[in-house]
Design a protein around this ligand. Structure first.
Ligand SMILES: *Cc1c(COP(=O)(O)O)cnc(C)c1O
Length: 401
């Protein structure tokens, strides 16, 4: 008699316990079975003591959350489908109508778009502050201010803010601060211990991270995390996260788990190559300015030194150049097109080097005084050999002369 479907579905085999291998397993589920009705009534998903539904966590996602807490020095973690979803979760969970959110003027662009395109319709106002002037942040904090976004360094222009002073200002005003920690990746500095050895611990309230970038490292997964050290704050974020139905796929979580063991080595390698290329660009006559926080004359270099000094492994693999203004947009575009190893694409953190020209005038309310006039191009440096990348840049620059 052919096998019954029931025997294939309700199969009695249980593999031996105790399987151990380098990577934790991938557990996939929407439905999770309860051993009894009593257990179903008793199980609590909020404290991660049990499993109740795929969206509320599996062994795979719990494991990734705990490892990310270790990476960033936090205590609680939420996983979301992208870095931008991490930003949106924080803003939506914490802001109410008539509240105001303060955002650095050099922030990751879609954070501005969220405030302008969505939060505004909910009666939530926003102001942009100068990331290089803590007094400007202090002056913009008012009784309406409920949340301050921080980012170090800014992801296109790479100004490094006085993060310590910014956090002190938020603390003194009793306002929550959330850091977009994608650039630092938990490695360049510790977001929950900004002043190691300091008399009182100085920490951000929330650190969000686009795991899309270095933690995954392959350029093939979108994911974000929201990390905290305060249970009540975490629970407020977690309830909003649950109500909005945010979750991540098990295979994607597994890909990030596979990336984490090599994260520190990769980050240091990206950093080393990036600094070498940024310094080389600094010697080239085509550029009015090279932006990388480890370069002595890059905006905010001093603050980077205080928080991150050293390396490799103390800066992300990003730098930008501003072409002298005698180069037209068409010439700069031709330079980008001429590069052979650098692909044209957004994002960063993967093995392939990327290039992207940006229209800075459309990204900032005013052209900042600390940036030269000209067309800005950002490089995300991959894991290729530095001499090959340098030769590629040199060849493309040669076409401009
Ligand atoms: C890429 C990035 C994000 C968004 O991450 P996605 O996963 O692409 O949504 C947020 N912040 C910074 C600084 C980023 O670089």
């Amino acid at each position: 008699m052919p096998v019954s479907s029931t025997d294939l579905i309700h199969h009695g085999y249980v593999p031996p316990a105790g399987f151990a291998a380098p990577q934790p397993g991938v557990f996939k589920a929407s439905t999770v079975f309860f051993p009894s009705v009593a257990a179903m009534r008793r199980f609590e998903w909020k404290d991660k003591s049990a499993y109740t539904y795929g969206l509320h966590g599996t062994p795979t996602t719990y494991t990734l959350e705990e490892r990310l807490c270790t990476l960033e020095g936090g205590k609680q973690c939420l996983l979301v489908p992208s870095g931008l979803a991490a930003i949106a979760t924080v803003s939506l969970a914490l802001l109410r109508s008539r509240d105001e959110v303060l955002i650095p003027d050099n922030v990751y662009g879609p954070n501005k778009a969220l405030a302008e395109g969505e939060l505004r319709h909910w009666g939530i106002s926003h102001q942009f502050y100068n990331p290089l002037n803590p007094q400007d942040l202090a002056a913009k904090i008012s009784p309406k201010t409920r949340l301050v976004w921080l980012e170090a360094a800014g992801s296109v222009t790479l100004e490094f803010p006085d993060l310590l002073e910014q956090v002190r200002i938020c603390r003194a005003a009793g306002v929550l601060c959330a850091l977009d920690n994608t650039w630092g990746a938990g490695l360049a500095f510790a977001p929950f211990d900004l002043q190691p050895g300091g008399r009182t611990p100085l920490a951000v309230d929330i650190s969000i991270h686009a795991l899309t970038k270095y933690p995954n490292g392959g350029g093939d997964v979108l994911m974000g995390s929201v990390i905290t050290r305060d249970e009540a704050l975490h629970m407020q974020l977690k309830l909003c996260h649950m109500r909005m139905g945010l979750g991540v796929g098990a295979n994607d979580a597994e890909a990030v788990l596979r990336g984490l063991p090599s994260l520190k080595l990769r980050y240091a390698a990206h950093d080393e190559t990036t600094r070498a290329l940024a310094q080389w660009c600094h010697t080239r006559p085509e550029f009015a300015q090279v932006l990388h926080p480890a370069l002595a004359n890059s905006p905010g270099h001093r603050h980077w030194q205080v928080l991150c000094e050293g390396g490799p492994g103390k800066a992300a693999g990003l730098f930008s150049v501003i072409f002298k203004s005698d180069y037209s947009q068409a010439q700069v575009d031709a330079f980008c097109d001429a590069l052979k190893l650098f692909e044209i694409g957004y994002s960063w953190g993967g093995p392939v080097s990327l290039v992207m020209p940006y229209q800075l005038a459309s990204m900032r309310a005013h052209w900042p005084d600390h940036l030269a006039q000209g067309t800005l191009v950002r490089f995300s440096i991959g894991l290729e050999a530095v001499e090959d990348l340098r030769a590629d840049l040199a060849a493309a620059l040669h076409l401009l002369s």
